[in-house]
Design a protein around this ligand. Structure first.
Ligand code: FAD
Ligand code: NAD
Length: 467
């Protein structure tokens, strides 16, 4: 009797699925990767990380040309914005990277199958390629679910994709909205709010909690909020949008504060960015005997990423943990290495997170609030970018680095940076946390001068010396 067609069938070609498929093929497995979209790379490459960072980088150059170059004695005449060109560039970046993923998989020998996949048995996947085309069943020894997530709607006013929109549409507005309302002051609200504010929108972020960037260290969140206010973004904290009606002219919304006081709010577009939920609909989980967690909607897995069905695995936004691309990829690699009998694992204590605003906010490990909640005795040291020579040369002196270390052992427990190039600076802190380095050792490591990472060295020295 013939065996299964593949060693591994992956559903979803995002950072979880495509990285797992490539690694599995490199380990000698026969792999199929099923993806419903023409472009590979998932939310991250198509409508997430990459297009948003392309817009952030372009809009940051525009803002710098308008507001910061003169300080350096550089005159550029009248600075103009060609939104069509900016969007076209973003689309080119996405096209190049998604094409790159296809080439990577094809070169690695992964069979890419276009269509909607669903579990059809403990290790087989039914693929529906679209109307008029015949369904196929791919049999495997194992199946990896990596279908990612989708935006959460606010029940009272579902997104219509025109006036009330999700991040996908807000990455591609064909004109700069005069007034942009944003529900949610998390990653998407702050990043896309920054993009459109830099390009000229009057941006109001409406956030239910008392602070924006709620998962960040409190000191970092407050510094980021102050900075974004200076850039012209408005924040309505402890406030919810309870109603919103779209018309051809714009959106009329009703805001309600903590005390129940209501007021009307008008904008041209309303971006709903209140989180994402795992995309498990239509995957055939029920029939397979896999039940998502009723509270979070995430698929329960063990430390090998195995679901209740021993031949079915799941990674990325579908399972517990931060919804981040690098976390999904690390899990994809660990899952297939485990399948191949290798000791694949992910260090969840040292997964970095970055908010790509200006200044950027980047962090790894525990926040000061988490240390207090857990009753962990710690030392803290901060150092401002204002005291850093390189930051002065560039004229980027806003922000600080904060190092939190275990009081007795000095081991790094958390590093939080708000400031220029924080997204790059955090890499050194990630390695330090991962390797169990102490604040003293980081402080004594010689850093080139003048460079931004000296800020981290000084914050580590402050933590090591603190009483
Ligand atoms: P996804 O990337 O969602 O990929 C899942 C894939 O499965 C998709 O291609 C989908 O089409 C496909 N699929 C779904 N169902 C089926 C099916 N039944 N059959 C076949 N195919 C299917 N994270 C970061 O780390 N850094 C960032 O800067 C960042 N920026 C972001 C910006 C925005 C606007 C958004 C929305 C998200 C951002 N994220 C960022 C989050 C990041 O995109 C996700 O964490 C990451 O994409 C999750 O990877 P994944 O592989 O689990 O799922
Ligand atoms: P988020 O969880 O980051 O933020 C959502 C915010 O909305 C929270 O602060 C929450 O308190 C608020 N909120 C929820 N309901 C509300 C309501 N009814 N009224 C007002 N505020 C409300 O979610 P997001 O910004 O939608 O992003 C989704 C996920 O995508 C993120 O959690 C992150 O995992 C990922 N992402 C990552 C990056 C990055 O890594 N730079 C960028 C974008 C998105």
């Amino acid at each position: 009797m013939a065996g299964p067609d593949f060693d591994l069938v992956v559903i979803g070609a995002g950072p979880g699925g495509y990285v797992a498929a490539a690694r599995a093929a490199a380990l000698g497995m026969k792999v199929a990767c099923v993806e419903r979209e023409e472009r590979l790379g998932g939310v991250c490459l198509r409508v997430g990380c990459i297009p948003s960072k392309a817009l952030l980088d372009s809009s940051e150059l525009y803002a710098a040309a308008r507001e910061r170059l003169a300080e350096h004695g550089v005159g550029v005449g009248k600075v103009t914005l060609d939104l069509a060109a900016l969007r076209a560039r973003k689309d080119r970046v996405v096209a190049e990277l998604t094409d790159g993923v296809r080439k990577l998989l094809e070169r690695g020998g992964v069979e890419v199958v276009r269509g909607v996949g669903r579990l059809a048995g403990p290790a087989s996947v039914e693929v529906s390629p679209g109307r008029g085309k015949k369904k196929a069943v791919l049999s495997g020894r194992a199946v990896l679910l990596a279908t990612g997530s989708e935006p959460v709607d606010v029940g009272a006013f579902p997104a219509d994709g025109k006036r009330i929109v999700t991040s996908t549409e807000a990455l591609d507005f064909d004109a700069v909205p005069k007034r942009l309302g944003i529900v949610g002051g998390g990653y998407i609200g702050l990043e896309l709010g920054s993009v459109w504010a830099r390009l000229g929108s009057e941006v109001t972020v409406i956030e239910a909690l008392p602070r924006v960037a709620a998962t960040a260290d409190g000191q970092v969140g407050r510094a980021l909020e102050r900075s974004l206010r200076k850039q012209g973004l408005s924040f309505r904290l402890k406030t919810r949008v309870v109603e919103a009606k779209a018309s051809s002219r714009g959106v009329k919304a009703v805001l309600e504060d903590e005390g129940g006081k209501r007021e009307t709010f008008s904008c041209d577009r309303l971006l709903v960015a209140v989180g994402r939920r795992p995309l498990t609909r239509g995957l055939g989980l029920g029939e397979a005997g896999i039940a998502p967690d009723p509270r979070t909607g995430r698929i329960p897995v063990d430390t090998s990423y195995r679901t209740r069905v021993p031949t079915v695995f799941a990674v990325g936004d579908l399972i517990d943990g931060p919804m981040l691309a690098h976390k999904a990829s690390a899990e994809g690699v660990a899952a297939v290495e485990g399948l191949a009998g290798l000791p694949g694992e992910v260090s969840y204590d040292s997964i970095p997170s970055v908010i790509y605003t200006h200044p950027e906010a980047a962090s790894v490990g525990l926040t000061e609030e988490q240390l207090k909640e857990r009753g962990i005795s710690y030392r803290s040291g901060t150092y401002p970018f204002g005291g850093n020579g390189r930051a002065r040369c560039l004229g980027e002196t806003e922000g600080f680095a904060k190092v939190l270390a275990h009081r007795a052992s000095g081991r790094l427990l958390g590093v939080h940076i708000v400031g220029p190039r924080a997204s790059d600076l955090i890499a050194e802190a990630v390695l330090a946390v991962e390797l169990g380095v102490g604040a003293e050792a980081l402080a004594r490591t010689v850093h080139a001068h003048p460079t931004f990472p000296e800020v981290l060295m000084e914050a580590a020295a402050a933590a090591a010396r603190s009483g």
